[in-house]
Write a protein that binds this ligand. Structure first.
Ligand SMILES: *Cc1c(COP(=O)(O)O)cnc(C)c1O
Length: 395
């Protein structure tokens, strides 16, 4: 079955008991045991619930893994997956990970005796160089936020396998529609389903999928033992979002690609980051390992004043911390996702004070262009600070 069909005719579709066109919300915390010697398929809803199970089977099937798990947020999925490691273990982590992941690793997990080393994983050899005898895993997020640097998942997985390491990939930005890390050698794939999979800015949720059943059994033990499960109402919302994932991404990605082209030629924009643009340093590898470039792009208008002027003038996008929704979302990394990072560190990564991230929604393309144009055409007229300078570099 192709992806578009699988998404609709997988486990989210028909209730086997009644034929209902969507899996019912089984609002039950416990299940009657007809025979105390023969427990049924479900006993207590933290351990398993039919609504959650439908979502978990759906994401496992779409990612091509053995077992799927639904958690109460993306961070709950990420922190639960890290519980696969033990005190004394070391994990090599891509330096551009989501801010919440960075905070969890450096402020919480470090207290548990699990250490991490951050590396520029786009340089595959940097991953190898960071491996120590204590290393047990590699954690990637690709493409990264907000400059969309891409890690070669297959190349890193090959190095990891030489050392018997677990490879974990946060696949939030591309979803299984465009990228399936398990097929490239990863062992675990994670999502903030709050973003594209939920897709409507109305639910916070996380998902994880393991390639092997054995590792799935270990993660199931952790999910049940720690208890950060997704509630059934939210499972249902995520399944509803999932049904239109492809249809939404087809439109949003086309819009993002069109906006990236249009912004690139706009005189008020100094730089555009979108892996679909041939001049993006990760264009080639992205084209090889994923089937699409996704709906997120970033662009630089040169200074904080000009960024603020743009935010003040745009009317259609919501200005918010998030991405991957039906409405176009603009965010300002310098004070939102990357506020905790020192200005110099941000600048070194291309996260300048003029950088704006855009997650394309489903609005009419011409309306979005018109709105961005009226905002860009009225920016304070100072020259963009980064026009001639190559801010983004893989070095
Ligand atoms: C939002 C996000 C997360 C965290 O997910 P929550 O659902 O907010 O807990 C993790 N990784 C990436 C890439 C994200 O964008």
């Amino acid at each position: 079955m192709n992806f578009a069909t699988k998404i609709l005719h997988g486990s989210t579709c028909i209730d086997p008991f009644t034929g209902a066109s969507s899996v019912p919300i089984y609002q039950a915390s416990t299940f009657h045991q007809a025979d105390i010697d023969q427990p049924g398929a479900f006993d207590y809803a933290r351990s398993g619930n039919p609504t959650r199970q439908a979502l978990e089977e759906a994401i496992a099937s779409l990612e091509g893994g053995a077992r799927g798990f639904a958690f109460s947020s993306g961070m709950a999925a990420i922190s639960s997956v890290f519980m696969l490691f033990s005190a004394g273990d070391h994990v090599v982590v891509a330096e551009d990970v989501y801010g919440g992941t960075f905070r969890f690793l450096t402020k919480v997990l470090s207290r548990m005796g699990i250490s991490v080393t951050f590396v520029d994983a786009t340089e595959t050899e940097a991953v190898r160089a960071a491996i120590t005898p204590a290393t047990k895993g590699v954690y990637l997020e690709t493409p990264s936020n907000p400059t969309l640097k891409v890690t070669d998942i297959a190349a890193v997985s090959r190095i990891a396998k030489e050392h018997g390491l677990l490879v974990i990939v946060d696949n939030t930005f591309l979803t299984p529609y465009y990228q399936r890390p398990l097929e490239l050698g990863a062992d675990v794939v994670i999502h903030s389903a709050t973003k594209f999979i939920g897709g409507h800015s109305d639910v916070v949720a996380g998902l994880a999928v393991t390639r092997e059943a054995g590792l799935g059994e270990q993660l199931y033990f952790i999910q049940n033992g720690m208890g950060a499960i997704l509630g059934v109402q939210d499972c249902w919302l995520v399944m509803r979002g999932l049904k239109t994932l492809k249809a939404r991404l087809d439109v949003s990605t086309k819009t993002a690609a069109g906006l990236a082209e249009w912004l690139s030629s706009h005189p008020q924009v100094s730089r555009v980051y979108y892996t679909g643009l041939a001049d993006h340093p990760s264009h080639l590898i992205q084209t090889q390992q994923a089937t699409g470039h996704g709906a997120v792009l970033s662009f630089d208008v040169g200074s904080r004043e000009r960024a603020k002027a743009l935010f003040d003038r745009v009317k259609l996008p919501i200005v918010a911390v998030s991405l991957g929704a039906v409405e176009t979302i603009l965010s300002y990394p310098a004070t939102m996702s990357h506020a905790a990072m020192p200005a110099e560190e941000r600048a070194a990564r291309g996260i300048t004070d003029g950088l704006i991230r855009l997650s394309a929604g489903l609005e009419d393309f011409d309306d979005l262009v018109a709105d961005l144009k009226q905002a860009l055409d009225h920016l304070p007229s100072e020259a963009p600070a980064y026009k001639e300078k190559e801010v983004f570099s893989r070095a």
